[in-house]
Design a protein around this ligand. Structure first.
Ligand SMILES: C[S@@+](CC[C@H](N)C(=O)[O-])C[C@H]1O[C@@H](n2cnc3c(N)ncnc32)[C@H](O)[C@@H]1O
Length: 259
């Protein structure tokens, strides 16, 4: 299997070439609910779900970024159905339901609030072996009284030392759109790119240098570029030759910067 390559094919074909327990991390956004056409390609969710589990190493994590379309007045619930399928039929642990919060989404008309988020389901194959948490400065430092509810509901106090940094919450905030998600103009020829920072944050959290990252729906190549930047190995699948071309130009331009 060639490393640092985008396979221009159905991701099922790529995964069939991979042995069991092969990749250290998966991050992806599938083509959900026919929200966009993506040159007309579809995917077989259930088969892909089982393959993703098979090729992922024990103790590894998969980030699955999805939202729902609204059809005939109702959100489809596809994201929940997929999450439960991964958990109940495939064997993943639903480690953390994280949120990708868009600071500046497309405004919604009608009787709904603006759609600000997508799910970033963090599934794991057993307990995650790598966790490098993103932190932020704490407001208060020093010894503090921490309140907890005991088993019988009573309040229990514990002395803890508040350090200067604490883990961030599981809602990750990103501004998106032209010039913000990425500076690579060519990427915007794809209709639904990841913000580079989102991919950076997730790779940072769940992997270490040298690990192998897989994106089964590579699109414009965001995962490949960020993995390369972060000294991880990577493999991608993308069924559309047009998008693979975009991703290759994007990667070539990025690599040229460092020659
Ligand atoms: C939401 S986009 C991914 C965008 C990507 N995260 C980025 O930053 O550019 C989903 C991609 O999956 C591709 N796709 C659809 N079915 C596929 C399949 N069966 N195998 C591989 N790729 C597929 C589409 O062509 C589309 O580019």
């Amino acid at each position: 299997m060639e490393i640092n390559k985008i396979y221009c094919e159905d991701c099922l074909a790529t995964m069939q070439k991979m042995p069991n327990n092969f990749v250290d991390f998966i991050i992806t956004s599938p083509p959900y609910d026919d929200i966009r056409n993506y040159n007309g390609y579809r995917f077989e969710f259930e088969k892909i779900a089982h393959e993703l589990y098979r090729i992922l190493k024990e103790g590894s994590v998969m980030i699955w970024v999805v939202a729902d379309a609204t059809i005939n007045g109702s959100e489809t619930g596809t994201s929940f159905k997929q999450a439960l399928y991964f958990k109940e039929q495939v064997g993943f642990l639903l480690h953390d339901t994280m949120i990708y919060y868009k600071n500046n989404p497309m405004p919604q008309t009608g009787k709904r609030y603006h759609q600000h988020f997508e799910y970033m389901f963090a599934f794991s194959k057993g307990s995650p072996r790598t966790f490098n948490p993103i932190t932020e400065p704490t407001k208060y430092r020093g010894i503090a009284n921490m309140k907890n509810r005991g088993k019988n509901g009573s309040l229990e106090y514990e002395k803890v030392l508040r350090t200067t940094e604490k883990k961030v919450g599981n809602v990750f905030f990103y501004s998106i759109g032209g010039g913000i998600s990425t500076k690579d103009k060519i990427a915007y020829h794809h209709p639904a790119i990841f913000p580079e920072q989102l991919v950076y944050d997730q790779i940072y959290t769940w992997t270490n240098e040298g690990d192998l990252v897989y994106d089964p729906f590579m699109g414009s190549g965001t995962t490949a570029k960020v993995a390369q930047m972060m000294k991880r190995k990577w493999i991608g699948s993308e069924i559309s030759a047009e998008y693979v071309k975009i991703a290759k130009i994007r990667l070539e331009n990025y690599c040229k910067l460092f020659q």
